[in-house]
Design a protein around this ligand. Structure first.
Ligand SMILES: Cc1cc2nc3c(=O)[nH]c(=O)nc-3n(C[C@H](O)[C@H](O)[C@H](O)COP(=O)(O)OP(=O)(O)OC[C@H]3O[C@@H](n4cnc5c(N)ncnc54)[C@H](O)[C@@H]3O)c2cc1C
Ligand SMILES: NC(=O)c1ccc[n+]([C@@H]2O[C@H](COP(=O)([O-])OP(=O)(O)OC[C@H]3O[C@@H](n4cnc5c(N)ncnc54)[C@H](OP(=O)(O)O)[C@@H]3O)[C@@H](O)[C@H]2O)c1
Length: 437
């Protein structure tokens, strides 16, 4: 049976934040509220009498994975990708350079990024990477702030965006138009973004028309949209919208980041040196190799959006540092019976919510199969009772799902006056205070 369920299992969900939902709360863009509907499914599950949310517990610090394994019949690791992939180029540490992860965390109210305060007084920003996160960041930078006022973006971020002087955003890829990682819906949103116009160089698209005949359909449609935008005159509607545009975004291809260029006083980023590349091989697998030429692009803000990265969680858990995943067979952690993984830490930091859900259902099925086959420890296990004692002896105070529901109500009420779905709480101390801790 593919959709096996267990009639009695109890599940405890440990989470390091005080609040649930991971990247659905701290990643998904504030102007995409419909994507967050998955929160309803989570809430339904979390309210079940057989499920408990234990927030404010950092696994690997407050409680070790072997302790969890000793307390439960099975443990599933689905702790995502908490880091960003570094560019590993000189100048990366200069003020004015941010990871997209931190920037996204900032506008989405991730507590650790609440002090980021990016300086948006420059006229040009460069985003490195051409995935959907890059487009999210570009869109938030360029959307007229009044269009974000009714979203759950933090008031602080909105304030900074209102003062922004950024006029041009370059989205830079090391490969070509046939290798962009973003998807068509998100590209269309950029093309239709109010107050902006696209800058695409028709020369980048020469000969592409013939080459897209054989590529898979989604890639073909995406490339056709790029091609049309680059080479055709905009239709009346697009033209009318673009004529008064004061802001622009552009895609630059065949450019690999080489060095962040400092300002004359060396104090901050003032540009980026890009290595010009050409492709070796074809299609998705083509590799960018430097030609030896470089190009300098002046800018006051560099956002590196080249992917997220998972961290190892515990010395007892195998980790593949190269792929950044826990080695596993369909969710079964290699060589550790009773330990499973799902989500980005299982597959790597790609895939939308639907991919992540499908993949976690699969891990669930593997666990149930193993249980049925007698591969999990027999007899009772203490479960949370054992962990609660450990946490209490360590001074850790877990929060429950009903605690979250109190914080949720507070956020919703703080957003009301401004017509926002919520005003997110940013300070863990304040949140604990609201819970009477
Ligand atoms: C910026 C951004 C925007 C996105 N937008 C969309 C979108 O519009 N539509 C879409 O379908 N998909 C989107 N995605 C993809 C989607 O967010 C992911 O597919 C999905 O969230 C991955 O789920 P996950 O459970 O593996 O990781 P996460 O959602 O990151 O969940 C992992 C959880 O583990 C917790 N955790 C980490 N370490 C520990 C620890 N040591 N102890 C306890 N808890 C821990 C984290 O706090 C987090 O809550 C976006 C991703 C990003 C980065
Ligand atoms: N609206 C949505 O549905 C939405 C929104 C946000 C995120 N997401 C999903 O979340 C996942 C993560 O998104 P993401 O944008 O972080 O990752 P991504 O889709 O993997 O894109 C990463 C980009 O960075 C580039 N890159 C990687 N290493 C590089 C390097 N060293 N130098 C230069 N460029 C480099 C990649 O180019 P190469 O291809 O050349 O490696 C690619 O263009 C994706 O599956 C995405 O679809 C979805």
């Amino acid at each position: 049976d593919k959709d096996e369920k267990h009639p009695q299992a109890h599940v405890d969900i440990y989470e390091k934040q005080l609040v649930p939902f991971g990247l659905v709360r701290f990643g998904v863009a504030p102007d995409h509220p419909e994507v967050k509907n998955v929160i309803n499914t989570f809430t339904q599950t979390a309210r079940s009498a057989r499920c408990a949310f234990r927030g404010n517990v950092v696994v690997g610090r407050d409680v070790a994975v072997p302790e969890l394994r000793a307390a439960y019949h099975a443990v599933v690791l689905s702790y995502g990708a908490e880091d960003h992939r570094a560019l590993e180029i000189p100048g990366e540490e200069l003020p004015g350079v941010f990871s997209a992860r931190a920037f996204v965390g900032w506008y989405n109210g991730l507590p650790e990024n609440r002090e980021l305060a990016p300086d948006l007084s420059c006229d040009t920003a460069v985003i490195l990477g051409q995935g959907n996160v890059a487009l999210d960041v570009a869109r938030i930078l360029l959307t007229p702030p009044e269009h974000l006022e009714k979203t759950d973006i933090t008031e602080a971020a909105l304030g900074v965006l209102r003062q922004s002087r950024v006029k041009t955003v370059w989205i830079v890829g090391r490969r070509g138009p046939l290798q962009v990682a973003f998807t068509i819906k998100e590209l269309r949103e950029m093309i239709q973004l109010p107050g902006t116009r696209p800058i695409l160089d028709p020369a980048d698209f020469l000969g592409l028309q013939d080459r897209i005949k054989d590529v898979p359909r989604p890639r073909k449609r995406l490339t056709e949209l790029l091609l049309r935008t680059a080479t055709e005159k905009p239709g009346t509607e697009d033209a009318a919208r673009q004529a008064p545009a004061s802001r622009a975004w552009g895609l630059r291809f065949f450019r690999s980041p080489q060095q962040v260029l400092p300002s004359p006083d060396g104090r901050r980023a003032a540009g980026i040196r890009l290595a010009v590349t050409r492709l070796e091989g074809v299609g998705e697998a083509a590799r960018a190799v430097p030609t030896g030429d470089t190009e300098d692009l002046p800018c006051g803000l560099v956002l590196s959006s080249v992917g997220y990265k998972s961290r190892p969680i515990d010395p007892s858990v195998p980790f593949d540092p190269k792929l950044g995943v826990i080695p596993n067979m369909e969710g079964r952690v290699v060589d550790v019976p009773g330990l499973y993984c799902s989500g980005w830490v299982k597959r790597g930091p790609t895939g939308v919510i639907a991919t992540t859900m499908t993949d976690s259902f699969l891990t669930g099925q593997m666990l149930l199969q193993d249980l049925k086959a007698g591969l999990l420890p027999p007899g009772p296990r203490p479960g949370y009772a054992a962990i609660e004692a450990l946490l209490s002896s360590r001074g850790v105070q877990p929060v429950s799902f009903s605690d979250w529901e109190k914080l949720d109500a507070e956020e919703v009420s703080r957003g009301k006056g401004a017509g926002k779905p919520r005003e997110k709480l940013l300070d863990p101390q304040e949140m604990l205070g609201l819970l009477g801790r």
